[in-house]
Design a protein around this ligand. Structure first.
Ligand code: DGY
Length: 420
């Protein structure tokens, strides 16, 4: 176990560039990714607080003037990724993508501050960081819920982080591929193509991106004109938790915000309605095409992470989660293996992801200690057996995608060195 802790630290250090950390050093992801970086910062906080804070600061330095923090920051201008910085052609101080990702950053900063038992005076040292996070979360409210319904939209599957999840299949099937679309993938030359999204997925991803580029990434236009506009249970759960953590941080720098508190209340009320505790199903809303979908995805259970005040909903969620993983050897499959869309090896269509396990563990630790502990131990065992892969088979534990994956190493460290 000690050797593996060392190996996890080594993996992160090897993937680290001067101010930020790559998701892997295998060329698959040659830039800084938003939610990867947040998980990585948490991993560092277990052994090097300076690296942890630096990771967060570098991510914040890519913030756009309107408040958005992009999903990719291209610190090095190379063409080794598709779509690369030229294909996006945006970013302000730093070249970036023109979309965002789950704002895990807020949750990680709160955890760091609490675990390190920072005094109020010390928290105030992070005053500007906290205000930047506030601006980021307000950007979601302003531009991703302009009608103030209480629920946030994502406008591209890449924004969820779970890119090719079956959650998006029906919405994506409506997208007409751009005429004369031209781009060259690199990912499926580096990783076995059977473990990556399909060609049709990429055609649609790039079509949506090119449409955004034509609109100069104007967030006001994007919401109404995007070819993809979905309210996702998992994303809204992560957002709600981020808001609650921001609220905690703001209280500590004496900057509490009534409008954030109000949105927390509204978001929670609306989020709960997407869960049917009798049928144990979750509803995603496609706002573009006006339909509901029900896909058994582990990301639906991120609702546990948002620490809902409703005890009976939390109880049903736990019951549903136990049923969801009943027959799985390795937890948690990203999509239920009983569902027709399940694919054992294809990226977000079935494999186990360590960040999902961590999110669920965090959601359970104050609600069902015994179950949380089982998840912690099973995750640790899987990583110790197979090492730091991007994802794993829920049937055999086989490591897949890329090796040396930063967040698997970072969250392994967090699981093993921390119980809070
Ligand atoms: C990828 O390249 O697969 C990333 O998930 C997109 O953000």
């Amino acid at each position: 176990m000690k050797n593996i802790i060392k190996a996890a630290k080594r993996t992160l250090i090897k993937n680290r560039r001067s101010k930020y950390t790559l998701p892997t050093n295998t060329k698959l992801y040659p830039a800084q990714w938003n939610w990867d970086s947040a998980f990585i910062a948490l991993g560092y906080s277990n052994f090097n607080l300076n690296y942890s804070i630096k990771e967060i600061e570098t991510l914040l330095s890519g913030q756009w003037n309107d408040g958005m923090i992009p999903h990719i920051l291209f610190h090095k201008k190379n063409l080794n990724y598709t779509p690369n910085y030229k294909a996006w052609n945006c970013g302000e101080k730093i070249s970036s993508s023109g979309i965002t990702q789950p704002p895990i950053l807020a949750c990680v900063l709160r955890l760091i501050v609490e675990r390190q038992k920072f005094s109020k005076k010390k928290i105030k040292r992070y005053y500007t960081h906290i205000l930047k996070i506030k601006k980021y979360l307000e950007w979601f409210i302003r531009y991703r819920d302009p009608k103030k319904t209480g629920l946030i939209s994502i406008l591209h599957p890449w924004e969820s982080g779970y890119d090719n999840s079956p959650l998006w299949d029906k919405s994506m099937s409506k997208i007409k591929i751009e005429n004369n679309l031209s781009y060259k993938r690199k990912d499926n030359k580096i990783v076995n193509a059977s473990q990556r999204p399909l060609a049709i997925d990429y055609d649609r991803y790039v079509t949506i991106k090119n449409h955004f580029k034509k609109m100069k990434y104007d967030p006001k236009k994007l919401y109404y004109k995007s070819k993809f506009n979905v309210i996702d249970v998992g994303f809204n759960s992560l957002f709600l938790k981020a808001l609650k953590d921001l609220d905690f941080l703001l209280e500590n720098i004496d900057k509490k915000s009534l409008s954030i508190k109000k949105y927390i209340h509204l978001n929670e009320k609306k989020l709960v309605k997407l869960f049917d505790s009798k049928k144990m199903t979750f509803k995603n809303k496609d706002l573009k095409n006006n339909f509901l979908t029900e896909i058994p995805s582990i990301t639906n259970f991120f609702m546990l992470f948002s620490d809902l005040k409703n005890k009976s909903v939390n109880k049903s969620l736990i019951k549903g989660l136990k049923k969801y993983c009943k027959n799985e050897k390795y937890l948690f499959s990203s999509v239920s293996s009983k569902h027709k869309s399940f694919e054992e090896k294809r990226y977000w269509r079935g494999p186990v992801w360590i960040n999902c396990n961590w999110i669920i563990y965090q959601g359970l630790k104050n609600k069902d200690k015994k179950f949380a502990e089982i998840i912690r131990k099973k995750t640790i065992n899987l990583v110790e057996k197979k090492r730091f892969w991007e994802y794993y088979s829920c049937k055999s534990g086989l490591g897949m995608g890329t090796k040396n994956f930063s967040w698997s190493a970072a969250l392994y460290l967090d699981f093993i060195l921390n119980r809070s």
